[in-house]
Design a binder for this molecule. Structure first.
Ligand SMILES: C[S@@+](CC[C@H](N)C(=O)[O-])C[C@H]1O[C@@H](n2cnc3c(N)ncnc32)[C@H](O)[C@@H]1O
Length: 282
C-alpha cells in the first residue's frame, strides 16, 4: 500500500485510543512524528491473532467537496457525535480499527466484548450528515466526534467522507495514529485530533441540544427546529454508540424526537431534514 497522506518526521511510538486521557492533545509536531500505518507494519514480531489481517484500505488522499462560496453569512448547524466506537488495535501485522465482525476472536481473547466494537455506527452517522442537502448547501459548520476512549477530533464540513466501511476504517486508523489528516498537496487539516472539552470550540450563545430516547421532554423535531431563532447556530449532540447515553451536562436542552429508539443515522437524517425545511433548502 502506498503512503496516502503527506507526513513529515520520523518514527515515534505513540498511540491514541488505548485508554489515553485526551485532555491534552498532542502538538502538530508530535502528530507529524507518529509512525504511519505502513511503517508500523514493518515492525518485527508476530501477533497471536491471525484473523482480520486484510488491511483496511485507505483512499489516496482525502478529497474535498467544493465549498459553497456566495459571500453570505448564514446560521448553520454543528454536530457533536459522542461515544463513537473507534479504537485501534494491532491485528496480525497491521493497525486496524476494531470491529465486532472482523475481530470477534481477537477481542474475546483480550476479554473484551465484541458487541462494544461498532465503528459502523459512526460511519453511517457521518454519511447521513455529509450526504445531506444541508451539508451540500454549505450550512454545516463543523462536526466533532468524541470516541469512547475520550479522543476528540474535528471534521471539516467540506470533507468527502469515504463511502465504504473499509476505507472509512483505514482513514480513522490513520487519524488516530497520526492525529491529523490533510488533503494531498495542501496544509489544511481536514480531520484533526483536538483537546477536550468540545465546548471550547462551540460558538458563544449557540444552543446545544442533546438527543436521547430516554429524555423526558418529547418534541416534534420539525416544530422544535422551526421555532428556534433564525439567526442562532444550533448544536446537536447525538450518540454514536450501541448502548448508553450521551453526556447531557453541557447541553441546554435534552429531547426525545420519536417514540421509538432510533439509530444515530436515522436521528441525524431527521435533524438535517428539519433544518433543511427551516432554511428552505430544496
Ligand atoms: C443507537 S442510539 C443509542 C441508544 C441509547 N440507548 C440512547 O437512547 O441514547 C444512538 C443515538 O441516537 C439518539 N436517539 C435514538 N433514538 C432517539 C429518540 N427516540 N429520540 C432522541 N434521540 C434518539 C440518541 O442521541 C442516541 O444516543
Amino acid at each position: 500500500m502506498g503512503r496516502s497522506y503527506a507526513v513529515k518526521g520520523r518514527k515515534k511510538k505513540r498511540k491514541l485510543g488505548d485508554g489515553a486521557a485526551s485532555d491534552a492533545a498532542p502538538t502538530a509536531e508530535e502528530a507529524e512524528e507518529l509512525p504511519l500505518p505502513e511503517e508500523a507494519e514493518e515492525e518485527k514480531g508476530k501477533d497471536e491473532a491471525a484473523e482480520g489481517e486484510e488491511e483496511q484500505a485507505v483512499p489516496e488522499g482525502l478529497p474535498v467537496v467544493p465549498r459553497a462560496v456566495d459571500g453570505k453569512r448564514r446560521p448553520g448547524a454543528i454536530f457533536v457525535l459522542e461515544r463513537a466506537c473507534l479504537e485501534v488495535g494491532k491485528v496480525g501485522k497491521t493497525m486496524q480499527i476494531l470491529n465486532s465482525d472482523d475481530h470477534a476472536n481477537y477481542l474475546r481473547k483480550q476479554n473484551r466484548n465484541p458487541a462494544d466494537y461498532r465503528p459502523d455506527i459512526i460511519h453511517q452517522a457521518l454519511l447521513a450528515i455529509f450526504d445531506s442537502p444541508l451539508t451540500k448547501s454549505g450550512r454545516l459548520q463543523a462536526v466533532y466526534v468524541k470516541t469512547e476512549k475520550g479522543v476528540l477530533f474535528e471534521i471539516k464540513p467540506h470533507v468527502r467522507m469515504p463511502r465504504t466501511f473499509k476505507r472509512f476504517c483505514g482513514l480513522m486508523s490513520q487519524l488516530l495514529q497520526k492525529l491529523s489528516i490533510t488533503a494531498v498537496g495542501k496544509r489544511e487539516k481536514l480531520l484533526n485530533v483536538i483537546k477536550n472539552p468540545v465546548t471550547r470550540y462551540l460558538p458563544v450563545g449557540a444552543r446545544k441540544i442533546g438527543l436521547s430516547y430516554s429524555a423526558e421532554k418529547s418534541v416534534n423535531l420539525f416544530d422544535y427546529v422551526a421555532k428556534s431563532s433564525i439567526d442562532e447556530t444550533l448544536v446537536f449532540v447525538v450518540g454514536a454508540m450501541a448502548h448508553g447515553k450521551i453526556d447531557k451536562e453541557y447541553t441546554d436542552d435534552y429531547i426525545q424526537i420519536c417514540n421509538y429508539p432510533l439509530s444515530a443515522a436515522c436521528c441525524l437524517n431527521r435533524i438535517c431534514s428539519a433544518l433543511e425545511q427551516k432554511w428552505n433548502i430544496q
